[in-house]
Ligand binder design. Sequence first.
Ligand SMILES: Cc1cc2nc3c(=O)[nH]c(=O)nc-3n(C[C@H](O)[C@H](O)[C@H](O)COP(=O)(O)OP(=O)(O)OC[C@H]3O[C@@H](n4cnc5c(N)ncnc54)[C@H](O)[C@@H]3O)c2cc1C
Length: 403
Amino acid sequence: MALQTPTHDTYDVVIVGGAIMGASAAWFLSDNADFDGRVLVVERDLTYEACSTSHTNSCMRQQFSTELNVRISQFAADFVKNIRTYMGGDDRVPNLSIHNFGYMYFADNAGFAETLRESVEVQNAAGAATRLLSPEQIKEAYPFYNVDDIVVGAINTVDEGYFDGAALFDWWHRQSRERGVEYIQNEVVAMTRNASGSRVESITLASGEVVSCGQVVNASGPRADRTAKMAGITVPVEPRKRFTWMFTAAHPLDRDLPLTIDPSGVHVREVGGGTYQAGGHGDVDPAVGFDDYDMDHSLWENHIWPALATRIPQFEAIKVTSEWGGHYAMNTFDHNAILGSHTEVENFVFLNGFSGHGLQQSPAMGRGTAEWLTYGAYRTLDLTPFNYARIPAGTPIIEKAVI
Ligand SMILES: Cc1cc2nc3c(=O)[nH]c(=O)nc-3n(C[C@H](O)[C@H](O)[C@H](O)COP(=O)(O)OP(=O)(O)OC[C@H]3O[C@@H](n4cnc5c(N)ncnc54)[C@H](O)[C@@H]3O)c2cc1C
């Protein structure tokens, strides 16, 4: 598709990147009666072939160690289950549900068992249904696991599992476009600041047009730092490779397989019909090129499959049916979202650093960002702790449940 030209030369909000985060922010702006501005979403590839969103596993969990992350996922669950209502009762919008196989976190040592216990307390206090299971209880509920080395497990089968992120994405696009949000295929290649450096005045497109902006939102995923540098600033986000394998089992499990977080770092879950999905990454985890999606085939043979077959002996006989590599937009500061305005370039708004949990965070992050752009403050869930300001202040958020 050829590069496209915006219909105006000035917009109240320009969003750089139109995948799940850009689409969410644009939709929530279009849904906010107090916002009557003009929104342009610039997306370098409207097929979305190479972005994180296209490579996601699209699962959600309540099992985080910080209350705010639990609340963010709870809003995701509510939004997904009530998407038609949120979208004004539009009967073209499908009813979505969550395949609640749950996440099963395993601890194989006393230290991590204590971390799980503390996290479960936080989750329960926030209303999540997480339970701790002894090895015997795990074996009774899920006889296929080998629990010889397991000290404790944590599971929650309410609002934890797979959801149709592609449908959510599609409907945010469709409805926001119908409400006047403009999406173009083009690339933001430069930004110009005012004389004092306190604001981005305009962005420049690959096609040469210069567009004035009231506020600019960085929703460019693994390219977040590249985009920030256009405004003369930086953000600690880099592309890290994460692999996914789909496989069938010669002897399928007799019940749903929770999304199992193995102590080896490998994770695996139910897909349905005797098909499963596993994920993982190498021990060495460098930043990679934006266009590097090469598979590491030795990883499956040497690490992933042995770990799977050890944890679930029935997975000795399995056949890989497809595989892909994707990129986390890894926040190297503290693995959490980076939001709000830059501390000096006031109208540069971050929507970055979602590492491995951006799909499930997209409803709360888009809603919060739309509030920030409209009111200069959060009105529903207070997302202030995630604001960019914590980075220059050197105060990371400690989230212990990072996958
Ligand atoms: C293998 C894998 C599994 C995952 N599993 C889960 C999961 O189970 N649950 C979960 O919650 N999350 C998961 N995630 C994370 C989640 O997918 C991401 O956090 C989320 O998709 C990030 O969305 P985004 O819009 O921020 O970034 P992206 O999807 O990467 O989108 C950024 C967009 O910006 C565009 N762009 C960049 N620069 C420019 C520019 N200068 N001009 C114009 N456009 C630009 C890009 O083309 C791209 O479309 C997973 C990620 C991976 C890779």
